[in-house]
Design a protein. Structure first.
Lengths: 780, 99
């Protein structure tokens, strides 16, 4: 991690920005107020200096309409790069020629075309190398998203642009640049001076951001960022405007029955207030909102009944949090519980505390004590009511600030700070003690504008999420990182499609059992949507298998299909399905040893719109016998994987021998279901094979069907239909049933065929398969 | 007897702290500042009423010592911080406030 954040250059005051913007922008009409603005001109100072003039025109655009700060996101949230050409390490029934796959849209010189939002595809560099043997591409660019935080106007801008690049298994990078505006181009330019995470995700040294789009339609706003210099080539991305708030957080308030809660305050209610302070009623939510947080309230402001006079210990409050907070979880989340209690057991000296330094996920709970010193206005105070309300409000904001991992103003240099920080004992910040401020409490509130310091805002808006988010902590960095990244990607993968990765059974697999999963891509919107027919099998599909405590690897299919786009309309509620042999691919076996695995899938069924499955956790059991363990070395070979993936082979005799041995030694196993199916399927029909004679001459021959053997093997596979459906999945077991029915038909055994179809249909109906599929099988 | 309250605030990190007055002595074996309140511990000492008394604070393992004379009737509260490698103690008429 490199740390070199410039602390003050390029800063402008709110006032400077409001004035500058109004001086340069004029229009002939003013629309209705936008609801999203968190930078309403809420201070007397701002209102006095930037009045909204009445007609005649031209008139100034209100500042909140011109503000472009906020979060921008790549238009294409999930990046699914083309996979490299896959070699054919062993003979296949029908050789697959190398395929030149289309690359990403490029503008030349390795620069991406603006507006695509696509990431560079380093795998393409590996394509040629694949010809010499199996090559796994780097996981890095698999699933990813990227957001850009622009903080150059609005309330207390820090003149910063930062970004977070998230890759599900390829790491994450948060980078920060302090920027200044180029007067010639209007672009915001600055060196990237802070990186935390996988620095190779953005090796460039400088960023230049151009903001475009009118003020009236936020959805039209764009940020075009060019990264240059350093060790990376220049790249340009275009991000779409997403929201004004830098972070989203939920607060929940509960009050003890003998305490009072204060969650709002009007700074002008006390005559001693700063000219720059807000002039309207602030709630805790709106006070954080105006500084860049989108705050929602959860729960129902519950009252916790206790005997009057109760004082609380930290442990008791933590217990109460677990019992009363609707969002309680011992895990990182953007949520906080705020308790209003009468008194801490330390006594009246403690006005409030972020008590949650207990357990693994900390900083989730705070408390404010209504009978402490904050309710005791000094003798002679002319406005004791507003004084007390102000102190209680300040305390609530202060304690919540600790929940965001903010230290006291005079403690900034203590411990390990995220960037080198200097103490700010004279800061006009919620995190300073007003009574310790130079000149005392009255001096503090005479100048306090109800905000945080610039360094604090930089941290709140731009620091790596794990440092700010409640429940996370620096030591928690590695632990839980993937889930965090996954949450980000799920949030980014919005669209009409839902991808479901599933098995129709308990997700526990026997040792040696091939793992087959099914994908369902469903239109969950209320309107028809067009998808690619090959979304669940082509280049748009990506699967990753992660073993707990082991490697995370990308699943690569044995076969690649170069297909023309095949548009298909999915009606609302309609879905398409596919079956995937996940255990192994062209990169080798992914699921072998006993243990727990997590499988993820993503597809790009609509260009530019991704769908990401929920992770599916599976368990591979320990070998049930010594025989199973002894067979492992023969089963977990690339040849056997190949035969299983293609559903059988007429030429790979060694693999077929292994499957026969597996079926004979472990006849009751689910692995035997797969083995018999793979052995029987090629015998059901005539099939072409490539023969190479001694002189090297290649000729095509036809291997005739062997219906009796096919009948025997497929019947053995489907003998216990539920076991077969568990092992093969509903899609594959239906295919095998139809294959066996075809063999029986050719043999003239109409009765057996009818019984097979009828009984199989009944079984599938019991298992909840769609009625249409069941009836199609029954009437086949 | 009157009570003197000694607030051990910033800069403590698993320190053994010995606080003595003319009339009593108290040892805190493991004192660490909780940064979210800026306070580590509060030590209460008895003192004879009506006369100034000397309060001595020591961190033996760090070789830090400071002492001050206070009048319990007017400044019964003492704030103690470890700042820049030194102990600093300040008497106060009112209890310090934390949040």
């Amino acid at each position: 991690m490199s740390i070199d954040v410039e602390r003050s250059s390029g800063h402008k005051s709110d006032e400077q920005y409001r004035s500058a913007r109004n001086a340069t922008a004029e229009v002939t009409d003013v629309p209705e107020l936008l609801s999203e603005g968190y930078d309403l001109p809420d201070s007397e100072e701002a209102r006095g200096r930037t009045p909204f003039p009445r007609l005649p025109t031209p008139i100034s655009i209100p500042p909140f309409l011109l503000r472009r700060s906020g979060v921008y996101r790549l238009a294409r949230p999930i990046v699914l790069p083309p996979q490299p050409r896959v070699p054919t390490p062993v003979p296949t029934p029908i050789p697959i020629p190398p395929i030149d796959l289309p690359g990403a849209p490029h503008a030349g010189n390795g620069h991406l075309a603006p507006g695509t939002g696509a990431a560079p595809h380093p795998e393409e560099d590996h394509a040629d190398a694949a010809a010499v043997g199996p090559v796994l591409p780097p996981i890095t660019p698999l699933f990813g998203t990227e957001e850009l935080r622009v903080d150059v106007d609005g309330v207390k801008p820090t003149m910063t642009v930062s970004g977070t690049i998230t890759r599900l298994f390829g790491g994450r990078l948060t980078w920060i640049a302090r920027v200044t505006q180029d007067p010639a181009t209007g672009a915001w330019i600055g060196p990237i001076s802070y990186r935390d995470g996988t620095t190779s995700l953005r090796p460039q040294a400088t960023v230049s951001v151009k903001l475009t789009g009118g003020p009236f339609l936020p959805t039209n706003r764009r940020a075009t960022a060019t990264f240059s210099g350093g060790t990376g080539s220049t790249v340009t991305y275009t991000y779409g405007y997403q929201k004004a708030a830098f972070r989203d957080v939920a607060f929940e308030y509960d009050t003890v029955s003998d305490a009072t809660a204060v969650t709002s305050h009007n700074p002008t209610s006390h005559p001693n207030h700063a000219p720059s302070s807000p002039t309207s009623m602030l709630t805790v939510e709106s006070a954080y909102s105006r500084l860049g947080f989108a705050v929602t309230k959860t729960g129902g402001d519950s009252v916790i009944p206790v005997p009057p006079g109760t004082a609380w210990s930290d442990q008791e409050m933590h217990d109460a949090m677990q019992a009363h907070w609707s969002r309680w979880a011992d895990a990182p989340q953007w949520a906080m519980w705020v308790l209003f209690a009468r008194l801490h057991d330390m006594g009246t000296s403690l006005g409030g505390i972020m008590f949650d330094d207990i357990g693994t996920a900390q900083r989730q709970g705070t408390a404010i004590f209504s009978d402490s010193f904050i309710s005791q206005a000094p003798a002679g105070e002319a406005n004791p009511g507003p004084w007390v309300e102000r102190m209680k409000f300040w305390t609530a904001m202060h304690e919540i600030g600790h929940g965001f991992n903010l230290a006291h103003s005079w403690q900034k240099s203590l411990g390990t700070s995220w960037v080198p920080l200097a103490n700010e004992p004279a800061a006009l910040s919620y995190m300073n003690y007003p009574y310790n401020y130079p000149g005392g409490l009255d001096a503090f509130f005479a100048a306090f504008d109800y905000g945080f310091s610039q360094d604090e805002l930089l941290f709140l808006r731009h620091a790596p999420e794990r440092l700010v988010k409640m429940g996370a902590a620096p030591w928690f960095d590695h632990h839980g990182f993937e889930q965090d990244a996954y949450d980000h990607l799920m949030a980014a993968a919005t669209g009409p499609l839902e991808l479901d990765l599933r098995v129709h059974r308990e997700p526990r697999f026997e040792f040696l059992e091939p793992v087959v999963m099914e994908l369902r891509l469903k239109n969950v919107s209320s309107t028809p949507t067009v998808v690619d027919e090959h979304s669940l099998e082509g280049d748009g599909l990506s699967i990753v298998v992660a073993r707990d405590g082991g490697e995370t690897r990308r699943w690569l299919p044995f076969a690649r299909y170069c297909t023309a786009p095949a548009p298909r309309v999915l009606q609302p509620g309609e879905a398409m399905y596919s079956s995937i042999f996940v255990s192994a691919g062209s990169g080798g076996w992914l699921v072998t040893d006993p243990g727990t695995y997590t499988v993820y899938a993503a597809t790009e069924a609509i260009p530019g719109t991704g769908a990401l499955s929920k992770p599916l956790r599976i368990v591979v059991e320990r070998p049930a016998s010594d025989g199973a363990e002894r067979l492992a070395g023969e089963v977990f070979t690339q040849e056997v994987a190949h035969v299983l993936a293609f559903g059988g082979s007429r030429v790979m005799e060694s693999a077929n021998d292994t499957l026969r041995e597996l079926s004979e030694r472990l006849p009751e196993s689910r692995a035997a279901v797969h083995a018999n199916a793979a052995l029987g399927a090629p015998k059901a029909n005539d099939g072409k094979v490539l023969i190479v004679d001694d002189s090297g001459q290649e000729t095509m021959a036809v291997v005739p069907a062997q219906p009796d053997e096919a009948n025997e093997l497929l019947s053995a596979s489907l003998d216990d239909f539920d076991r077969a459906a568990d092992a093969l999945g509903h899609i594959a077991v239906t295919e095998q049933t139809l294959r066996l029915a075809s063999v029986l038909e050719d043999a003239g055994d109409a009765s057996a065929r009818s019984d097979l179809l009828s009984e199989s249909a009944d079984a599938l109906a019991r298992r909840g398969v769609l009625p249409g599929v069941v009836e199609e099988l029954r009437s086949h | 007897m009157t009570t003197i309250q000694v607030y051990l605030e910033e800069g403590f990190d698993h320190d053994r702290v010995v606080v003595t007055s003319s009339d009593s002595q108290h040892t805190e074996p493991d004192v660490t500042t909780r940064h979210q309140v800026g306070l580590a511990s509060v030590v209460e000492l008895d003192s004879a009423p009506g006369a100034p008394t000397t309060v001595r604070i020591a961190l033996p393992e760090r070789g830090l010592t400071t002492e001050l004379e206070i009048d319990p009737a007017t400044t019964p509260y003492v704030r103690v911080n470890v700042t820049d490698g030194a102990l600093r103690a300040v008497p106060q008429p009112a209890p310090p406030m934390f949040a």
